[in-house]
Design a protein around this ligand. Structure first.
Ligand code: ZN
Length: 392
């Protein structure tokens, strides 16, 4: 069987595990662990607190290669986004080939990359690697890079950390040198209910939520006008956005609760903390005193949902030029989606790029697919990478 067919076979296995983020990924992780074991490769699991999910970390070539050189970490997430409410033409958990495309949830984002990496394990073992490869497969990436935190702790404790990292998110096999960071928050506005005929005696939670939302929107407009700017992005500045809101029960009741969620997607070179501070200051120093002057026990509670840092690596960095040379493609870009790459780079200081097969446009949607062409290109890249690492 050719390498590509073996990889397709593995992809078929990987997509058959429904690893939607809110579910367990252990069946998939067990499969990967057994697969690696069949080649004599040990792997380490980093479970979550519930024991229902785990990261997997494995090193190939630690005995024979030069471990002091750190090696190359190939990173991917095992979870996928939900298929609920999407109009799929085939079973999303069964790989289906048509028109030179492989359809399944996760085919592009990003079990395709993981399958390719696993299919190349025998090749890695057969070559005289000059430094090790590390496989780092996480869970709960899709809900804000949550699962990888345990893996970061493990990596932090290593005496020699990986020297570089390639995150195989779908970039159509182009080198991605940056993405924005993200912080997201849940806001609960507690008002004071009363009959709407006596509206001034109550505290209208919806009204106060609206004031805060408009304030956030004004900040978004300021950011668009004044920057800072990074013109490598299609939207070249930090964005602020409110994405959902719930409040009130009936028109003749002054609502005592309103909840909403907002996010800040910030340039990697910017610190989001002052922006968050500005919002919380407005809520606590401008709005809350007015609310509490009418009724005690009212107020605004702002809690963080998730956060991950941006990724930014210089175009001249060794890893960037190295991978470009292997790809025989000088292009690079920055992307709109987030990855675990910023955490590897910012928290651990590991030079990181994003480069993987498939197109993000096909991810997260019904009938997600990876083209056979992209799948093959991804495999060829890994073959070249492995051959190069095996060069004395
Ligand atoms: Zn992804």
């Amino acid at each position: 069987m050719s390498q590509d067919l073996i990889a397709q076979d593995i992809l078929q296995q990987l997509v058959s595990f429904d690893t939607t983020s809110y579910k367990s990924n252990l069946a998939l992780v067990d499969y990967v662990q057994e697969y690696l074991q069949s080649y004599g490769v040990d792997s380490q699991l980093v479970p979550d607190a519930s024991g229902k999910k785990a990261n997997l970390y494995a090193t190939i070539g630690a005995d024979s290669a030069h471990p002091e050189r750190g090696g190359i970490m190939l990173s991917g997430h095992t979870d996928v986004v939900p298929v609920t409410g999407q109009d799929w033409h085939s079973n999303p958990f069964c790989l289906y080939e048509e028109d030179n495309k492989l359809f399944a949830r996760g085919s592009a984002d990003m079990k395709g990359f993981i399958a390719l990496v696993l299919s190349r394990v025998p090749l890695m073992l057969a070559q005289p690697l000059q430094m090790p490869f590390h496989l780092a497969f996480s869970y709960d990436e899709e809900i804000g890079c949550v699962g990888v935190r345990g893996l970061l702790t493990l990596l932090e404790q290593l005496s020699v950390k990986p020297a570089m990292c390639i995150v195989g998110e779908p970039t159509s096999m182009e080198v991605v040198i940056g993405h924005k960071g993200k912080v997201s928050y849940k806001v609960d506005v507690t008002g004071h209910a009363c009959h709407s005929g006596q509206a001034p005696l109550g505290v209208n939670a919806v009204d106060y939520a609206a004031q805060l939302i408009v304030y956030i929107n004004n900040m978004a407009q300021q950011s668009a006008l004044n920057g800072p700017f990074d013109h490598d992005y299609k939207v070249p500045y930090t964005t602020l956005h409110t994405g959902s809101i719930q409040g009130g029960t009936a028109l003749n009741i002054v609502p005592n609760h309103c909840g909403f969620e907002f996010e800040i997607r910030y340039l990697a070179q910017q610190d989001p903390a002052p922006l968050v501070q500005q919002i919380t200051d407005y809520a606590h120093h401008e709005l809350e005193p007015k609310m509490q002057a009418v009724a005690k026990g009212t107020g605004i509670n702002i809690t963080q949902i998730a956060s991950y840092p941006g990724l930014l690596i210089e175009p001249e960095a060794r890893l960037v030029t190295y991978v470009k040379q292997l790809l025989n493609n000088e292009a690079h870009s920055k992307v709109i989606f987030g990855t675990e790459g910023g955490l590897f780079q910012q928290r651990l200081g590991i030079p990181t790029i994003v480069c993987g097969p498939g197109n993000i446009d096909q991810a997260h949607k019904a009938n997600e697919y990876i083209s056979l062409e992209q799948f093959e290109l991804g495999g060829q890249f890994l073959d070249r990478l492995i051959a190069d690492v095996a060069q004395p």
